[in-house]
Design a protein around this ligand. Structure first.
Ligand SMILES: [Zn+2]
Length: 83
């Protein structure tokens, strides 16, 4: 009972912080290749070399954040519905 308000405040802070991150930088590094755009492979000597192009981000190394994707979609639906 007494922890309800701090828990709500904490959740609100996290949500607002994520919304601010989505507004400031809508793109972040690809989770699979960590922003390289390609996968790292080891050759037989154990040295790292450039592997295949990342299939998830198609080689550009960036992905759109989930919150920004939702915002873009909601914004587009609102704009197309209100004109
Ligand atoms: Zn990638």
């Amino acid at each position: 009972m007494t922890l309800t308000f701090p828990a709500m405040a904490c959740l609100l802070m996290v949500t607002l912080g994520y919304a601010m991150i989505c507004a400031v930088s809508p793109f972040t590094n690809c989770r699979k290749c960590r922003g390289f755009g390609f996968l790292m492979q080891q050759n037989r000597k154990g040295r790292l070399k450039r592997g295949k192009q990342c299939r998830r981000c198609h080689g550009h190394g960036k992905r759109i954040r989930v919150g920004r994707w939702l915002f873009n979609r909601a914004h587009r639906i609102h704009r197309e519905g209100s004109q």
